[in-house]
Design a binder for this molecule. Structure first.
Ligand code: 13P
Length: 249
C-alpha cells in the first residue's frame, strides 16, 4: 500500500472542498490501481468537521495537521486536543512537522502528543527530518533516530503509525535528496526500527519535501518507500492527481 498524503498547512476555506471532490472523483475512477494506494488530505482545523462529514465512506480520508499534547479538555486557549479531533470522526493526525518543531515543539512535547493520540486510537503520521547544517555535518541518521527514539514507545501499535521523513532543507525549496541517499536513509531507518522496536513489523516510511509531478519520477524507483507527504502540490487537484498518475506511469 502506498500513501499519498496532502498537507495543506495554512491553506483552505470552505469552498476549497472542490479540490477534494476532484481528487475523490479521480480515485473513484482509477479502480484498477486505487486498491494499491490511499489518499489522505490534511486541511486546517477550521475545515476538519465539514470535510470529514463530506468524505465519510468516500475514497479519501481526512487528517488533522497537529493536536495539543494534553488530552480531553483544559485551559489551553486556541488549542485542540486529540480527543476533540477524534470526536469529529477524524482518524489521522500529523505530529512533529518540522514547521512546528521550529516553532518550539520539542521531543518531550511530541512524546506527549503521540501518547495522547495513541490513547484516542488516532493513526499518526510522525514527521522527522534533519536541517541543512545537520546534513552537512553528516548527522542525518543520528538526528532521525534520535527523533524517533525520543517520542515513539516500543509498546505502540505501529500499524497505526506512519513515519514521514521530511528533510527540512527540501521542504518548499525544490531541492531533493538523490535516489541513493534517500534509499539508504529509508533502508537504514527500517533496520533501526526492526532492531529496536519490533523485529516482525513492516514499518512504513514516507518521504516529504518538494514532491511534485516531476520529482515523483525519481522517487518511484525506490521500492521500500511507502508513500509521500505532499505540501505545495496538494493544494491543486491537478497537481496532486498528476503525482499519482506519474507515479504509476
Ligand atoms: P512541500 O511539498 O511544499 O515541499 O512541503 C512538504 C511538507 O512539508 C509536507 O508536510
Amino acid at each position: 500500500m502506498k500513501y499519498f498524503i496532502g498537507n495543506w498547512k495554512m491553506f483552505g476555506i470552505p469552498g476549497s472542498i472542490k479540490i477534494l471532490d476532484r481528487i475523490n472523483n479521480y480515485v473513484k475512477k482509477d479502480k484498477a490501481r486505487s486498491k494499491n494506494y490511499k489518499v489522505i488530505i490534511s486541511p486546517p482545523y477550521t475545515l476538519l468537521e465539514n470535510f470529514t462529514k463530506s468524505f465519510k465512506n468516500k475514497k479519501i480520508s481526512i487528517s488533522a495537521q497537529n493536536c495539543f499534547h494534553k488530552n480531553n479538555y483544559g485551559s489551553h486557549t486556541g488549542f485542540v486536543s486529540p480527543y476533540m479531533i477524534k470526536k469529529l470522526g477524524v482518524k489521522h493526525v500529523i505530529i512533529g512537522h518540522s514547521e512546528n518543531r521550529e516553532a518550539g515543539e520539542n521531543n518531550h512535547i511530541l512524546k506527549e502528543k503521540v501518547l495522547a493520540s495513541v490513547k484516542n486510537n488516532l493513526n499518526i503520521i510522525f514527521c522527522i527530518g534533519e536541517n541543512k547544517y545537520e546534513k552537512r555535518k553528516k548527522l542525518t541518521l543520528n538526528v532521525l533516530k534520535n527523533q524517533i527514539r525520543k517520542s515513539l514507545d516500543k509498546k505502540y501499535d505501529f500499524k497505526k503509525i506512519l513515519i514521514a521523513y521530511e528533510p527540512i532543507w527540501s521542504i518548499g525549496s525544490g531541492k531533493l535528496p538523490s535516489e541513493n541517499e534517500l534509499s539508504n536513509i529509508i533502508i537504514n531507518l527500517k533496520n533501526f526500527l526492526k532492531m529496536n522496536y519490533n523485529k516482525k513489523h513492516n514499518f512504513r516510511i514516507l518521504y516529504g519535501g518538494s514532491v511534485d509531478s516531476k520529482s515523483i519520477h525519481k522517487f518511484k524507483k525506490i521500492k521500500h518507500l511507502d508513500g509521500f507527504l505532499i505540501g505545495g502540490a496538494s493544494k491543486s487537484s491537478k497537481k496532486f492527481i498528476d503525482i499519482i498518475k506519474n507515479f504509476y506511469k
